[in-house]
Every structure is written in structure tokens, then in C-alpha cells.
Design a protein around this ligand. Structure first.
Ligand SMILES: [Zn+2]
Length: 436
């Protein structure tokens, strides 16, 4: 039996200007976690969230995370932990979001203040519509996501069997649709191994007029090394990497055809037509299920305009590999010099948590969602999965054109308001979904 949602949906429509007003207030707080001078604003944003949650009847705890390791004079902004409802007969859903911003302009509307407030708005609309809230909600909102989620991993690991102990499933709304028309549910992320390779030779920088042709040059060697890692078709040349990648099954193969994505979408995002593949399928596979290697920069190289004839004494090349199932981190690192790693993640899209979200999307948007993976990494996803041992769902609100982290970041009114309905509807379906 489908849940009764009409009363809830019409209340969301009725309250839409109130909800937009709430988002405007949140976006007006410049809670930029990467700028030390803005730290009081990040804290103020966390406190504002606490006040809003308390007004809705949630139990709230502000958890301090101590000092920021690379800025010992700064306190990390607190994690807002909240609980709404303690009904043992209901399922408990743990939701994660972040209340800090990446940038100064248009900041935070889609990443991630809109989705965070979406949960609050869903609670309020249920109350005002007189509709019973279908689940117990545990909330974990952090203020350092845009700066690497400092301190959060330890907290989640500690609370996996503590504050989060009765969570039955996890839902994270902090990513985007693949395009602008069709919602998606995300069940996989690539991981990221970051490497640096340092090459040094002479004791000091040299002049090529004097030493060119007589000394081994670090930059020449580095270019050769970096150029050997990947070919112009994006194929990784390091032996032992591609061999670890899971084979494509017939089931998976059939998934790609129906995904709503065109090469025009990609050309638009790139601002050019310089794609490696001509077609959708190999492009999506390259983004979601194959590893990729990117060269990011060279430290110590001459990079100013002009024609300086220096021979740098020491250069450090930076590159990374996006990892996929079934790559083993250690085995990958054995092939490459280890610098920093983050593991890939893939969940079962057949779990009841995903089935419920799929039904909610269909109910609100009138279409079946695409089941997608992402080319990027959201490390907290894996942390939640490991700490709670529960299924984690990524349920995005914003669309691909929201430009998170750009100066024009936005969240369409339609995505926000329908998104509030979606989050609420998801909770109703998740409350009813059979556990098979
Ligand atoms: Zn985010």
C-alpha cells in the first residue's frame, strides 16, 4: 500500500516561501570553513541550525571536535548531532549533511545547505500537516566538509555503536543529478589515491647556458615519468592496475543504455568537445567503473610567463588514480609510490533503503530514478558504512548545473521544494519497505 502523502505534499507547497526564506537566511551566513577569519561564521551557522532543530522539537547535541590540526589556534566547528523521535516501533534513519560553504559567492545553496534544511523542512511540514512522522531521524551535520571533514571520521567511528547505534540505514544528500531532468540514486563512488614523485639532482638550480648538456636534469626525468603513466586514450600504463578491475557483467552492461545522459551534457560541462570517447556508454563507464589517472601539477618548476633558462634542482610531480572495484589499495600502492589514499565505495542498489528511495522519486518526480555512480569521492560515505554496518544511500537534491563551489552556485526552486517532498516521501517509504 502506498503511503498517504497528499497532505504532506500540499503542506510543502503551502509553506514553500517560508522554506525559501529559511534557505536565504542560511545562505546569508558566510560559513566558509577554509577561511580562518570566517570560523566564527561557521560556528554561528551551526548554532543557527541548533536553534532551528530545537524549535522543531529535536534533541540536539553540539559536539566539539577540538583544535584544527594545521591551525592549532582555531577550534574546529562543532558537529550538530540531533534526534527526532524515539518510537521503538519505527525504523531509524541516519542522515548526514554539512553546513559549511566552499566559496564566498552564491555559496552553499545546493552544497549542502538546501539538502540539510530539506530534512528540517520535512519535519516542519509533517507537523503542520498533522501527519505522523514515519521514522525516527538521527541527524549528523558537520561544518568542515569543504576542508576535508577534519575530526569527523573519529566521531563517526566512535558513535557507530553509540549515538548512531539504532540506525537502520543511512541517507546522504550531498551530491547531484547526472543531468537537469532526471533524478538519480547513487550507489557507487570511485576512490582516490594521491601520489607525488620527487626527483632531485644538482644541489642548486642551474643555468642551462652553463650546465645544459652536462648535468642530469630532474625536470626532464619527471616529464618522462609523468608521460609514461597514462596514454592519450586515458589508458593507465602502470602494470598491475587494470588487471585488478572487476569484469563487466551482462547485468551491468544493460544498465547504461537507459541512463539519461548525452554527450551534449558532457560537452556543455567541459566547455569543449575534447572528449576521449564519442559515445555515452564508454564515457559513463570511464567515469564510474574504470580507474583513471590524472596529472595535477609540478612543484618547483618554472611557471611564470617569459623564457627563463633555469634548470630546476628539484621537482615534485603530483598525480592521482581514481580507484574502482575490485582494486586493492595496497596492491595499487605497490605499483605506485604511496602518498594518500581514499577507498572506492559501492552499495547494493537492491537494498530496501534504495527501493524506498526509488519509489519516493517515482512518486514525487513521476519517473524512475537512474541508478548512478560518481566519478568523484565522498569519503564520509564509506566511514558511515563501516561505522554503522548499514546500507548507505546517496540521494541528491540539486542538478548537474548547480555549479557547486563555483561563483554562480545555485539551487533551483523546483529542486528544493520537490526535494523537500522527496526527502519526506523517502522516509515514509523507508518506514514501510519490506526487509528483503
Ligand atoms: Zn557537499
Amino acid at each position: 500500500m502506498a503511503p498517504q502523502l497528499d497532505g504532506y505534499f500540499s503542506k510543502v507547497d503551502e509553506l514553500s516561501s517560508h522554506f525559501i526564506d529559511r534557505l536565504s537566511k542560511a545562505v546569508a551566513i558566510p560559513s566558509i570553513s577554509s577561511e580562518a577569519a570566517r570560523r566564527p561564521d561557521v560556528v554561528r551557522m551551526g548554532e543557527w541550525l541548533q536553534t532551528e532543530l530545537k524549535a522543531l522539537g529535536a534533541e540536539v547535541e553540539m559536539r566539539p571536535l577540538g583544535k584544527q590540526p594545521d591551525h592549532p589556534e582555531l577550534d574546529l566547528p562543532p558537529v550538530v548531532l540531533a534526534r527526532y523521535g524515539r518510537d521503538k516501533s519505527k525504523r531509524t534513519i541516519l542522515v548526514y549533511g554539512h553546513y559549511d560553504d566552499g566559496r564566498m559567492f552564491g555559496r552553499g545553496s545546493t552544497d549542502d545547505k538546501g539538502p540539510v534544511l530539506g530534512w528540517l523542512n520535512a519535519i516542519e511540514a509533517h507537523q503542520k500537516a498533522g501527519v505522523d512522522f514515519p521514522v525516527n531521524l538521527l541527524m549528523c551535520f558537520e561544518g568542515m566538509e569543504e576542508y576535508g571533514s577534519e575530526g569527523l571520521e573519529e566521531l563517526i567511528e566512535k558513535e557507530g555503536k553509540g549515538y548512531f547505534a539504532d540506525a537502520d540505514a543511512v541517507c546522504i544528500s550531498d551530491n547531484y543529478w547526472l543531468g537537469t531532468e532526471k533524478p538519480c540514486l547513487t550507489y557507487g563512488l570511485r576512490g582516490c589515491n594521491y601520489y607525488s614523485v620527487e626527483i632531485s639532482g644538482p644541489g642548486a638550480d642551474l643555468h642551462s647556458g652553463v650546465f645544459g648538456g652536462t648535468a642530469q636534469e630532474p625536470m626532464t626525468d619527471l616529464v618522462r615519468v609523468l608521460g609514461s603513466l597514462v596514454d592519450t586514450h586515458g589508458k593507465i600504463q602502470i602494470p598491475g592496475i587494470m588487471e585488478q578491475v572487476a569484469a563487466v557483467t551482462a547485468d551491468e552492461e544493460s544498465l547504461y543504455d537507459n541512463i539519461s545522459f548525452t554527450m551534449d551534457n558532457l560537452h556543455e560541462s567541459l566547455g569543449s568537445k575534447t572528449t576521449i570517447f564519442e559515445d555515452k556508454k564508454p564515457t559513463l563507464m570511464a567515469r564510474w567503473r574504470y580507474p583513471s589517472l590524472s596529472v595535477h601539477g609540478v612543484e618547483g618548476a618554472f611557471s611564470a610567463p617569459g623564457a627563463k633558462t633555469v634548470i630546476p634542482a628539484k621537482v615534485i610531480g603530483k598525480f592521482s588514480i581514481r580507484t574502482v572495484p575490485d582494486m586493492d589499495i595496497d596492491q595499487t600502492n605497490e605499483c605506485v609510490y604511496k602518498f594518500h589514499t581514499g577507498k572506492w565505495w559501492v552499495a547494493s542498489p537492491n537494498h530496501w533503503n534504495f527501493r524506498a528511495a526509488g519509489k519516493a522519486v517515482e512518486r514525487v518526480w513521476g519517473v524512475q530514478p537512474d541508478f548512478t555512480r560518481e566519478g568523484g569521492s565522498i569519503p564520509v560515505t564509506l566511514t558511515f558504512e563501516q561505522a554503522t554496518g548499514k546500507n548507505v544511500l546517496l540521494l541528491p537534491m540539486g542538478s548537474s548545473t548547480d555549479g557547486a563551489h563555483s561563483i554562480n552556485e545555485k539551487l533551483d526552486k523546483k529542486n528544493y521544494i520537490e526535494g523537500i517532498k522527496l526527502l519526506g516521501a523517502y522516509l515514509h517509504y523507508v518506514a514501510e519497505e519490506q526487509q528483503i
